[in-house]
Design a binder for this molecule. Structure first.
Ligand code: NAP
Ligand code: GCO
Length: 253
């Protein structure tokens, strides 16, 4: 009987986190690096990306940066050639363009679906072949409580995150046989730049604190443990699952 402690170590593993120059992605990058991984950070804004790499390097972490736009098939292909084989992929890059559907531009629809959903297909398709070849890999899709729940003005975002939940399951259906584990994290309302306008709205802030059983906004650090688990050997039999990390919001009305 195996009675040793579970293995959460990421020693010897190489990870790419998309959209990791700030916010949730940067926190996940730091956590995976602190757990032993060599981490590649990503974003489009090179100054912001370089600053994030410098900050984590100064903390003694094994990090590099690779700027590319996750919505560009050619840039994703080039990045995969530059980065080479990885053990862990976190599809984190995402944006918001809030608008009532009736007023939503096609551009706002398409840029959110492209960034929040299609990018996960493009980046995973680019890196999965090497994982299949080595018969080992971890893919973590950053979904949302909006993979399950919608609210007015976020129809594009909810559609994308709902799709990402199902893409996670689709990847499981095709790649679990190659010893690749594909899972998702569904954060609740987390304090980042993406939600800053909502936090600044006293009424919305109060609503979130009342609607969330934990009675607070989430912190990026609330998500790191699940990411380390899903990136480590401890999760080798977890597949196709979405962990809602939302302070209980989706558990109660
Ligand atoms: P954030 O603070 O706005 O950070 C977004 C990151 O993605 C930035 O590093 C940004 O850098 C990068 N990015 C955006 N478009 C990109 C593109 N086309 N190619 C490459 N990188 C791109 O957002 P966040 O709150 O950390 O959100 C991160 C993820 O968590 C998103 O998928 C979001 O949907 C999800 N999420 C957030 C919350 C929340 O409450 N905050 C809750 C649930 C899920 P550049 O702009 O320089 O490219
Ligand atoms: C919004 C927010 C949400 C959060 C997050 C919740 O406008 O309601 O942006 O979509 O970003 O996805 O989990």
């Amino acid at each position: 009987m195996n009675n040793s402690a579970p293995n959460f170590s990421l020693q010897g593993r190489k990870a790419l986190i998309t959209g990791s120059s700030q916010g949730i992605g940067k926190a996940l990058a730091s956590a995976l690096a602190h757990s032993g991984a060599e981490v590649v950070l990503n974003g489009r804004d090179t100054a912001k990306l370089d600053a994030a790499v410098a900050e984590l390097k100064a903390a003694g972490l094994a990090v590099t940066g690779c700027p590319f736009d996750v919505t560009s098939e050619s840039e994703v292909t080039a990045a995969a050639n530059t980065i080479g084989p990885i053990d862990v992929l976190v599809n984190n890059a995402g944006i918001q363009r809030r608008s009532p559907l009736i007023d939503m531009s096609l551009a706002d629809w398409e840029t959110v679906l492209s960034t929040n959903l299609t990018s996960a297909f493009l980046v995973s398709r680019a890196f999965a072949p090497a994982m299949i070849e080595s018969r080992a890999g971890k893919i973590i899709n950053i979904c949302s409580l909006m993979s399950e729940l919608a609210r007015p003005t976020t129809g594009n975002y909810a559609a994308a995150k709902g799709g990402l939940q199902m893409l996670t399951r689709a990847m499981c259906g095709e790649w679990a046989q190659h010893n690749i584990q594909i899972n998702g994290i569904g954060p609740g309302y987390i304090a980042t730049e993406l939600t800053a306008p909502l936090m600044a709205d006293e009424k919305f802030d109060g609503w979130i604190k009342g609607r969330t059983p934990a009675g607070r906004w989430g912190k990026v650090s609330d998500l790191t443990g699940a990411a380390v688990y899903m990136a480590s050997p401890a999760s080798d039999f977890l597949n196709g699952q979405i962990l809602m990390l939302d302070g209980g919001l989706t558990a109660v009305i």
